[in-house]
Design a protein around this ligand. Structure first.
Ligand SMILES: *Cc1c(COP(=O)(O)O)cnc(C)c1O
Length: 441
């Protein structure tokens, strides 16, 4: 923190104390909404977004020179915090060898072998430049393999901004979806059946109603994009059983959970073999990368082996591959999972005690190093119960914490993350900040 503070002072002088408000006004003149991804704009919590100039370990340094303890961590990729030296050196070395070749490299094969070792369900895989792209391709290959068009997804689960997957709740549970984003043709959205998470009978019902027409069920096995929500006992096993019986594919979107809940993802934790798996975030070590892979007979349909076309100029980019490989090697060597979980438990216990003392209804749901503080009374088991959370209160909490130097995800229905770089001292500061914040909201 001392080093960060020193750099902070220097940069504060340099920036002449330009405020985030001014920066945001300038950004909005040339970038849509001032940002390159919507949630960064703080719409959900209000106020001007944070502009970041650098990161180091668990800390962010804002453009105005203020340091923050970071629990957003770029939405999940940074298991060891910002600018971890092994990852930076690997990426630097790759940069100096050339940034892109548009040709095969052995480094991609090395990374692919590591991914297969971590995920026994993955026999063949393809690298892409984002999680969205990997999700899109997983759905495409599932449709090609089954020669069916319909996809089941669950309300509140996010699978990137793929046209046909940008359908959330709204419409009745088993009704065919209506588009969640403008610009998505109704015909695309109509290929997606949106069901409530944790409702196995609804899945049975959909397969009965659309017999022989459902290509795949896509699911975040432990959803993190409506906040952290748990599958009920037997739910994932049920999805596996039904999809196998109906000859549909089961796609686990482990873009967040993949190397987060353990090395090998939720499927390793619960011993379920999906047909296809989608990875992202951590697997690129903080650089743009997505992966989809799974059964050899399914993945063999992808070009050049098969008729499903998918390509990418920067797919398997050498710098991202180097960073991703360094990340996976660190995870294997350092085994930070137990410590990260301990840190998360320490933090969440502190937050609970402070919320209780302030008389604030708070329900924290967490696994491993990820957690969501829901401002709600009951348990959150699906999108409908997640939506009961008090978004305005979260917004006030978020801003009180920000004032005190803590950066949480700028939206209620997200997962917050602890990294292996966080220290007990950081957590103590955070708990003290929360103690003050809960009393004010
Ligand atoms: C982030 C995320 C994606 C999309 O990945 P991008 O790299 O942002 O395109 C897909 N699925 C899940 C579960 C995610 O959390």
């Amino acid at each position: 923190m001392a080093r960060v503070k020193k750099t902070a002072k220097k940069s504060a002088r340099k920036m002449k104390r330009m405020g985030h408000k001014e920066l945001f006004a300038r950004a909005r003149k040339s970038l849509v909404g001032g940002v390159n991804s919507p949630v960064r704009a703080f719409k959900s919590v209000g106020g001007s977004p944070l502009f970041v100039q650098s990161g180091s370990g668990p800390y962010l340094l804002a453009a105005d020179g203020r340091p923050y303890v970071d629990y957003c961590l770029s939405w999940g990729p940074l298991m060891f915090g910002h600018a971890r030296k092994e990852i930076v050196s690997a990426a630097k070395a790759a940069l100096e060898r050339g940034t892109t070749f548009g040709a095969a490299t052995i480094a991609e094969v090395d990374l692919a072998e590591r991914i297969k070792e971590a995920f026994p369900s993955i026999e063949l895989l393809r690298m892409t430049s984002s999680g969205t792209e990997a999700d899109m391709c997983a759905v495409r290959v599932a449709r090609a393999f089954t020669k069916r068009d319909l996809i089941i997804k669950f309300a509140g689960c996010y699978h990137g901004h793929v046209d046909s997957l940008l359908v959330a709740a709204g419409s009745g549970a088993t009704a065919l979806g209506a588009p969640d984003s403008a610009g998505v043709p109704k015909a695309f959205a109509a290929t997606t059946i949106v069901l409530a998470f944790n409702d196995l009978p609804a899945v049975e019902g959909a397969f009965k109603k659309h017999k022989g027409r459902i290509a795949a069920v896509i699911v975040e096995p432990i959803p993190a994009n409506m906040g952290v929500v748990f599958p009920a006992e037997g739910y994932l096993q049920g999805l596996r059983k039904i999809t196998t019986r109906e000859k549909a594919l089961l796609i686990f979107d482990e873009v967040i959970t993949g190397f987060r809940v353990c090395y090998g993802g939720v499927q390793t934790l619960c011993g379920i073999k999906p047909d296809l798996t989608v990875l992202g975030k951590i697997v690129g070590g903080g650089l743009p990368m997505g992966v989809y892979g799974g059964r050899r007979d399914v993945m063999s349909l992808v070009a050049p082996e098969g008729p499903v076309y998918q390509a990418g100029t920067l797919s398997g980019n050498p710098v991202a591959v180097a960073a991703g490989t360094a990340m996976l090697d660190l995870l294997r060597r350092r085994k930070p999972y137990a410590r990260m979980e301990w840190l998360k438990n320490y933090l969440c216990e502190g937050l609970r005690l402070c919320a209780n003392a302030a008389g604030v209804s708070l329900r924290i749901q967490s696994i491993g190093s990820m957690f969501t503080p829901f401002f709600v009374d009951g348990e959150v088991t699906d999108y409908a119960s997640a939506l009961k959370s008090d978004k305005k209160r979260y917004g006030r909490f978020f801003h009180e914490m920000l004032k005190l130097g803590v950066y949480l995800p700028p939206a209620q229905w997200e997962a917050a993350f602890v990294s292996a770089a966080h220290t007990e001292r950081d957590l103590d500061l955070t708990i003290a900040a929360a103690n003050a914040a809960f009393r004010k909201i």
